[in-house]
Design a protein around this ligand. Structure first.
Ligand code: G6P
Length: 611
């Protein structure tokens, strides 16, 4: 949450920072601000989106070649001009942007208030900048020394970038828990929460690690740890193109990303699946295959949409690999003192690779001897680096706050893992293995077929756009799809939606059913087909409106439902990869019909780097 960008070099800093903040808005969009250093530090910030910052003093914009910027997802203090970053210390020496949470800010604030410090905002960030100022002033320290001392006393997560009056040629950044990337240019350097603001200028990047301090001049980067020992920077080449983070003619990133899925799934399979020759290569699994075949238990840890992918993986791995799987919300797992045995395998699923709860849950499990396998989209992210091994999902950058293509790529990787483990454990027969490989290869084309029916899904969406509540029901592999469909609708349209196992519906939600309630059944042909037909009857008998996602050759449910959305026939284990697509399109078109900002739904952020 919160995005930060900084620039130091010879170009005008303002347009670079402004554009960078727009790219990072998915991380939060409650307020935005930029501080530039020309003859003095000039700060401009306000509540609202980055676009509202665009009007600024031209003279400063012309001159300044150093600056820091911030786009906020509010934690401490409501969205307001005063709570927007950057924040400046009481004596005006230090100006700082921050991503993260300072957990002990209340006690630090009390200390500072007793010393006479005055606060203009409710933020933990303003406490931090004054805390650094206080240490610097009292000990006659350089900024770097003061930051080292201050950060040792800070509890919580942070990335900060600090500008100091009198030092226009230098920025100092520090990281613990929140992400920070340095872009290495020629006579210029960039800092950002992820690589998207940097990619346009350089592909050379350094990922800053926890407890590191980065001191940036336009021609030099110095990396140190909090113990003041120098660290040799590891410069990496970014594997990302600018076009991947632009809308490419679509009205919204969300629609572009839904439409991207045949390509992103093909990318996910590339170099891994050779169905003609019956080869499936997943390096991260291949290299540690005995860990998986001998595992007594697998625990999947994730949040949000990624947790739904985990639920589907539970079904897949138990079916094919015959290993017991538990799926945990990372936020619960990290705090409830779970039993972890050495040899347990933890699979972490995360689009961003930066979700704070997932990250800390993994750190705890790693300390207790578990093997950590990351299924991550963002290359080089914290979770990817913390994992012992992993498989990238290769969905490409996902900008829309609601996850779509990252989810299907996660399912693809998890399905490949289950198939691979099943084959190696011999719990999956050779003929079934071959059949799955053929099925996998067909998925991108089947997803494309569903997307081609978007106009008819749009009509269904418009028909139900004024609904107040929605129920999503599914069984087996399609039960988590129902959960994901409901989540997507809530996120994008603010319509209350609940996902439920279709049979469990009788234990409560059925009380909601009347002629006003749309009930969406994910009812593709599988082992539960007849059961779900009965559940549809139960809803019909109570006058509920039935929308059904059905297999192409379905006639029975088609004759019962008020509206259907059709998907090609797929093996039931892989069905979620196609049955989720109509739910994505439905949410998107309802959100658009309601005139909402589907790419940046209210109160949400894409990368949740606070717990
Ligand atoms: C946020 C996003 C969701 C995402 C979840 C987990 O809530 O809005 O779309 O599923 O975080 O994120 P991760 O990056 O770990 O998959």
């Amino acid at each position: 949450m919160c995005g930060i960008v900084a620039y130091i070099g010879s170009q005008k800093a303002y347009p670079i920072i402004l554009k960078g903040l727009k790219r990072l808005e998915y991380r939060g969009y409650d307020s935005a601000g930029i501080a530039l250093y020309d003859d003095a530090v000039q700060c401009f910030k306000r509540k609202g989106r980055v676009a509202e910052l665009a009007a600024w003093d031209e003279k400063i914009i012309e001159k300044a070649t150093v600056g820091i910027g911030h786009t906020r997802w509010a934690t401490h203090g409501e969205p307001s001009d005063a709570n927007a970053h950057p924040h400046t210390s009481n004596n005006g020496q230090l100006t700082l942007v921050h991503n993260g949470i300072i957990e002990n800010y209340a006690s630090l604030k009390q200390e500072l208030v007793q010393k006479g410090y005055v606060f203009k905002s409710e933020t933990d960030t303003e406490v931090l900048v004054n805390f650094i100022e206080d240490i610097q002033k009292n000990n006659d320290y350089t900024l770097e020394e003061a930051m080292r001392v201050a950060l040792k006393r800070v509890v919580g997560a942070y990335v900060i970038i600090v500008m100091e009056k009198g030092f226009p040629e230098r920025l100092i950044a520090a990281r613990k828990g929140s992400p920070l990337v340095i872009g290495v240019g020629d006579g210029e350097h960039f800092l950002a929460s992820d690589a998207s603001p940097i990619i346009e200028y350089t592909k050379k990047v350094i990922y800053v690690n926890d407890y590191e301090l980065a001191i940036l001049f336009k021609d030099e980067i110095i990396l140190k740890n909090l113990g003041n020992e120098a660290i040799t920077p590891y410069v990496q080449q970014l594997d990302m193109e600018l076009a991947q983070i632009e809308k490419g003619g679509f009205d919204h990133f969300m629609l572009k990303e839904i439409f991207d899925q045949p390509a992103s799934l093909t990318d996910c399979l590339r170099g891994r699946l050779d169905s003609e020759n019956q080869i499936l290569t997943l390096a991260g699994i291949d290299q540690h295959i005995s860990i998986f075949t001998e595992a007594k238990r697998i625990i999947i840890v994730a949040c949000g949409t990624s947790w739904h992918a985990g639920l589907i993986a539970e079904y897949m791995i138990e079916a094919l690999g015959r290993i017991p799987v538990e799926v945990e919300y990372a936020s619960e797992f990290r705090y409830r003192n779970p039993v972890i045995h050495p040899g347990d395998v933890i699979i972490a699923i995360s689009q961003s690779g930066e979700t704070a709860d997932t990250l800390v849950a993994l750190e705890r499990a790693k300390e207790q001897g578990a093997f950590i396998f990351g299924v991550v989209n963002a290359v080089g992210s914290s979770i990817a680096r913390l994992s012992h091994a992993g498989a990238y999902t290769h969905a490409g950058p996902e900008i829309g706050v609601a996850s779509t293509k990252a989810f299907t790529a996660q399912l693809m990787v998890l399905a490949m893992m289950a198939i691979k483990i099943g084959k190696e454990k011999k719990t999956l027969s050779a003929s079934e293995y071959q059949r799955y490989l053929v099925e996998l290869a067909l998925i991108p084309a089947k997803v494309k077929t569903v997307i081609a029916s978007h106009e008819s899904i749009k009509k269904v969406a418009i028909h139900y756009a004024s609904a107040r509540d929605f129920l999503f029901l599914g069984r087996g592999y399609n039960f988590p799809v129902a959960l994901e469909g409901a989540l997507k609708l809530k996120e994008i349209s603010y319509i209350h939606a609940e996902g439920y196992p279709a049979a469990e519906m009788k234990h409560g939600p059925i009380a909601l059913v009347d002629e006003h309630l749309p009930v969406l059944f994910v009812a593709t042909k599988d082992a539960y087909y007849e059961k779900i037909v009965s559940n549809i009857q139960e809803i019909k008998a109570r006058k509920g409106k039935v929308i059904a996602i059905v297999s192409a050759d379905d006639t029975l449910i088609r004759s019962m439902a008020d509206h259907v959305m059709e998907v090609p026939e797929v093996d039931e284990l892989l069905a979620p990869l196609v049955s989720v697509i109509p739910t994505q399109l439905l949410s998107y078109y309802i959100g658009v019909a309601l005139g909402l900002d589907v790419d940046k739904p209210r109160n949400l952020a894409k990368s949740v780097t606070v717990e």
